[in-house]
Design a protein around this ligand. Sequence first.
Ligand code: BTN
Length: 283
Amino acid sequence: MNEPAHLHWGADALQQTLEPLLPGLTVEVVASLDSTNTRLLERARAGAHAPCLLVAEQQTRGRGRLGRGWASNALDSLTFSLALPLAPADWSGLSLAVGLALAEALDPVAAGAAPRIGLKWPNDLWLIDGPGAGRKLGGVLIETVSVGAQRWCVIGVGLNVRPVAVEGLATACLQELQPQALPPQALVAVALPLVRALQAFEPLGFAPLVPAYARRDLLLGQPVSTGAGGASGGMAGCVEDGIADGVDGRGALRLRRVDGNVSSIVSGEVSVRLRRPAASGAA
Ligand code: BTN
């Protein structure tokens, strides 16, 4: 038996909002579990047949991309996963579409205005501090599993709502943008746009989203290093340096190399970091 949640999440209202789009959806909120992604993957493998939105006020074994962990504090972070069957014509760019939907929901901007929430390829949400500079605000972990003829997709979202200290990483939190924000309000803001984005992605894929992604692309025009991602999160086996040149219609990062050629870096295979300019002159 799970310990009851501490915050008021409005799970019933959320369920009623989302159920018309996702028939049979359940919304569950628990005080603590290992990882919402792990739980929903287990349930999908065991034959779950209805979509589920699972929220944990605290995760004891949160997982991030590339085998990393995901640190969050109880009640300071929004950590949830959505499991649903998905059948897109092309899966490429799904994680970018999810990151974009979250950024737009949390930080809607008028045409021509500068966004405060940017995207660091492929799908990190960063609070923008200046050109090419920012701090990580949230991340997305998408995992899929085949269940009979269907492919179930588990979309995990972690968002720092109140300050969360992570060793070795400068983090940001949503309260820097919205001082009153709490995890339940952040969930209400993102849940419906997320479901709509997934349902638009199924027939259309990522290509129509390229211009919107470009407006929030933190790496665009910046010098970057790409490297194979490792479990340590290190840049194991540095592959290429270049200037980030946007993303293509399948969500691949375009990397313009020193010789002028452009490589396409495919989502999920590499990690990308802003390269610090070499120090010049005396400090
Ligand atoms: C990343 O930036 O590396 C992705 C982080 C994804 C974290 C979320 S929190 C909810 C869900 N459950 C997990 O264990 N991970 C995802």
